[in-house]
Design a protein around this ligand. Structure first.
Ligand SMILES: [Zn+2]
Ligand SMILES: [Zn+2]
Length: 440
């Protein structure tokens, strides 16, 4: 398999003398198997160059583009993808919608008359949109698993298998907790990961030959950029080491990062992996860079059943907000009603349990520190009952200590978010759990 980077930048294209070597185009990665099958990961402005290169090949071509999410730095190249103008070509775009709109509608809007001169309908190539969630599917001789990651809108990471080769692509993902491992353990393993979301993330990366991972910031920079939905270099290295991945390509470079700074980042990442006792190879992805991975043919396993059955967001889902501070209840209600949810409110633990029993919400957002009955007691009551054992409960709290996060998962919470939370992150996390409520 051959992996080629056509765009490596995050957020916005950054042409100029300071980005000549690593490139200024936004994210686009091409995977080509030894059998000649092709997958495209994201459609940032780098997709334009890939499209021009593909014009040299004879029609008809069959393209599969896996989109992580619909932010413009991952989709802006779609309108400029030249193979889309050839009637014989067939293009399938896989994506998840972070809103109630279907993905076709979101892409059509990008090419609306006010934004672009040629509409999606006027394109001659056959374009098919496939809206996906967390699932497993086959494209030719490639097996793809998708997994929700932690961003400001619903975002998918992809785990791609072909023969014996495994490539994982994760961009626009923020660590769930400030540190990966519990600090009270000397030789930490998978069970010592603080947040269940980070543990699932490591599992998703397990044994990969190549992980292409967001590393927009350093750990120091990330402290003041929590809620922006991105990883640090250190986190990217730590999760790859924990997952025993062989190679890491850093991507989604910050627009302010110069070539020299990226050289330093690459060296720092490599040194950090060594410090952790790993022989993980670390490189900063550069436009035009190619990575070859040795493929041996293996029987393609039949896909498992989809892990998350539905990608239809529950438009009219009912969400219970529990907090003893009226201003917080009001704030959360305002944010959630933007997505059309019905919001129920409770100002105490007792009230929360009564509302759950009477009105059976689809999801609960639960504060911890409340007088008389705190969030942990509410959670215990819910998990002890047959009826609400699997009800998604997200703790939303000002408690950020590691032991509070660990305890919450031990008590059976679905997710843990610390305050303050941005409206975008809250909407993404809530939608994620409404889509796969049995995935705790
Ligand atoms: Zn991005
Ligand atoms: Zn994004």
């Amino acid at each position: 398999m051959r992996v080629k980077f056509w765009g490596t930048r995050g957020s916005i294209p950054t042409p100029g003398r300071h980005t000549l070597r690593y490139g200024g185009n936004t994210i686009c990665v091409e995977l080509r198997t030894d059998a000649g099958q092709r997958l495209i990961l994201d459609g940032g402005t780098g997709l334009r160059g890939l499209g021009r290169a593909l014009l040299q090949e004879t029609c008809p071509l069959d393209f599969h583009i896996l989109i992580s999410h619909t932010h413009w730095d991952h989709t802006q190249g779609i309108a400029f993808f030249a193979p889309m103008t050839c009637p014989e070509n067939r293009i399938t775009i896989y994506a998840t919608s972070g809103t109630d709109r279907h993905i076709e509608e979101i892409f059509a809007q990008q090419m609306d008359y006010a934004n672009f001169p040629v509409s999606l309908e006027e394109r001659h190539g056959q374009v098919v949109f496939r809206e996906i969630g967390e699932e497993e599917f086959i494209i030719g001789n490639i097996r793809v698993q998708s997994c929700f990651v932690n961003h400001t809108i619903l975002t998918l990471g992809y785990r791609i298998h072909c023969g014996n080769v495994c490539v994982v692509y994760v961009t626009d993902h923020e660590p769930f907790a400030p540190s990966l491992y519990r600090s009270d353990v000397t030789d930490p393993g998978l069970d010592d990961i603080v947040h269940a979301g980070d543990r699932k993330h490591v599992e998703f990366l397990t044994g990969a030959d190549l992980v292409i991972h967001d590393a927009q910031f350093t750990a120091e920079e990330l402290v003041n950029r929590r809620g922006w939905g991105h990883s640090s270099l250190e986190y990217a290295v730590e999760v790859c080491v924990a997952a025993r991945a062989k190679q890491l390509a850093l991507i989604h470079h910050d627009p302010d990062r110069s070539d020299e700074e990226l050289d330093h980042l690459e060296a720092a990442g490599q040194a950090y992996a060594r410090q952790l006792g790993s022989d993980l190879r670390v490189s900063a992805a550069a436009e035009g860079m190619e990575i070859k991975l040795n493929e041996t043919v293996e029987e393609l396993a039949t896909p498992g059943t989809a892990q998350a059955a539905s990608v239809e967001a529950r438009h009219h889902a009912r969400i219970l907000v529990v907090d003893d501070e009226p201003a917080m209840v009001q704030y959360l209600t305002t944010v959630l009603t933007r997505d059309g949810y019905e919001v129920l409110q409770a100002m105490s633990g007792y009230e929360a349990l009564a509302v759950v029993r009477e009105q059976s919400p689809d999801l609960v957002l639960l504060d911890v520190m409340m007088p008389e009955m705190d969030g942990f007691q509410v959670l215990q009551e819910l998990r002890a009952s047959e009826e609400f054992r699997d009800l998604p409960v997200i703790i939303l709290t000002a408690l950020t200590a590691e032991q509070d996060i660990v305890r919450s998962f031990e008590e059976g919470v679905t997710d843990y978010i610390d305050k303050p939370v941005t409206p975008a992150v809250l909407r993404a996390r809530v939608r994620r759990w409404l889509l796969s409520r049995d995935n705790r």
